[in-house]
Design a binder for this molecule. Structure first.
Ligand code: FAD
Length: 331
């Protein structure tokens, strides 16, 4: 039999990243009983995989993303907030008093029923690999062999291994430019392949332009990859340029930086949540109070913030939604 947790003060939060944790903390101190539902085995979300120093958090300098994840996670556990790790939402039904949820937990898939007054979606982003892996011939085998990778910090595999190699970075945004900056001093040559035009912040772009001037980076702008061909001692990348010229470059390693997609597909299977308004890229639409298009449903952090994905905005969103819940549900 599933266990049942019932309280008119329960608020279910989907996602244990910075946004979900912050919302849980605020809700707890505003008199609610937040329940954090996280499919991973640790709290932290994207932060868990970021080993670069985060310089953007006022008052907490010098910590890596993963150190912040640990700090935030410890805070949540110290506050005795109800956290369900390795847990997923199986079903949602609307009730007079809120939502009736079934949560599947642990490797034995035990189910727990939960009545929640409100639902907060804080499911963040994932790496978008769909532009590369399936449409481009040769991409999947390259990915499977480990020579093409996506996660933004995968080049932190020992950098010495890339010393003197030829590498390609795919993408035109900040992550592609940061990766180029990290790689160029070590590699024999770094290729930057951009489908349309560079979109990085001006300061980062200028630094990459300087590397292009020095001959450490070769940029291929307006270039569409038409195929990857894995030879015994090099990977050939075929490019179709928008001036109709074809080009072929040879490298040893490929780093794809093709952006992120919001984790919202799962909503489709979850009853009333399937009808939540999303924008054309799948981000949940919210108002200034982080209310989504259904009553008592809120969305916070990257999943609802295509323009400002960051730790501090995720934390702030969590606080705003908690205060909206006080307004809507009553203190
Ligand atoms: C390489 C990189 C570097 C970055 N550097 C910085 C930086 O220097 N400074 C900065 O401020 N920001 C940085 N960011 C962005 C920052 O990490 C994010 O904006 C922030 O962590 C987002 O938090 P979040 O809680 O909204 O989402 P996430 O961290 O994505 O958390 C979402 C959580 O939801 C869970 N989840 C997914 N699907 C479901 C589901 N169906 N049900 C329940 N839970 C689910 C996930 O497992 C995850 O734990 C960086 C991001 C990356 C990738």
């Amino acid at each position: 039999m599933p266990s049942v947790l019932s309280s008119s003060r329960n608020i279910a939060i989907l996602g244990g990243g910075a946004a979900g944790m912050s919302c849980a903390l605020w809700l707890k101190h505003l008199g609610f009983s937040p329940v954090l539902i996280e499919p991973g085995t640790a709290l932290g979300g994207q932060l868990l995989g970021i080993h670069r120093i985060n310089r953007w958090i006022l008052g907490i300098p010098g910590r890596t993303g993963s150190a912040l994840a640990e700090l935030y996670g410890r805070h949540v556990f110290d506050e005795a907030i109800d956290v369900r790790l390795d847990a997923r939402l199986d079903s949602v039904m609307t009730e007079d008093s809120g939502f009736s949820l079934v949560v599947r937990e642990g490797k034995h898939h035990c189910t727990a029923s939960l009545l929640a007054r409100a639902l907060v979606i804080a499911t963040g982003l994932r790496v978008n690999s769909s532009d590369i892996l399936h449409p481009i011939p040769g991409a999947l085998p390259l990915y499977e062999s480990g020579l093409l990778s996506f996660f933004p910090l995968d080049h932190l595999e020992p950098m010495e291994a890339l010393e003197g190699k030829r590498v390609a970075v795919i993408g035109g945004g900040d992550n592609a430019h940061f990766t180029v900056k990290d790689l160029a001093p070590r590699t024999a040559l770094t290729h930057l392949i951009i489908r349309s035009r560079p979109r990085a912040q001006p300061m980062v772009r200028q630094e990459v332009e300087a590397l292009i001037q020095q001959g450490r980076v070769q940029e291929h702008g307006g270039a569409l990859i038409t195929g990857f061909y894995q030879g015994s001692d090099a990977i050939a990348i075929a490019l179709a340029r928008n001036d109709s010229k074809a080009e072929r470059i040879e490298v040893d390693r490929v780093f794809a930086r093709t952006g992120f997609a919001p984790n919202t597909e799962f909503l489709v299977g979850l009853g009333p949540l399937a009808g939540l308004e999303r924008n054309s890229d799948g981000y949940v639409r919210v108002d200034a109070w982080k209310r989504a298009s259904l009553p008592f449903v809120y969305a916070v952090g990257d999943v609802a913030s295509p323009d400002h994905p960051s730790v501090v905005t995720a934390i702030a969103d969590g606080a705003v939604a908690a205060q909206a819940i006080v307004q809507d549900v009553g203190a």
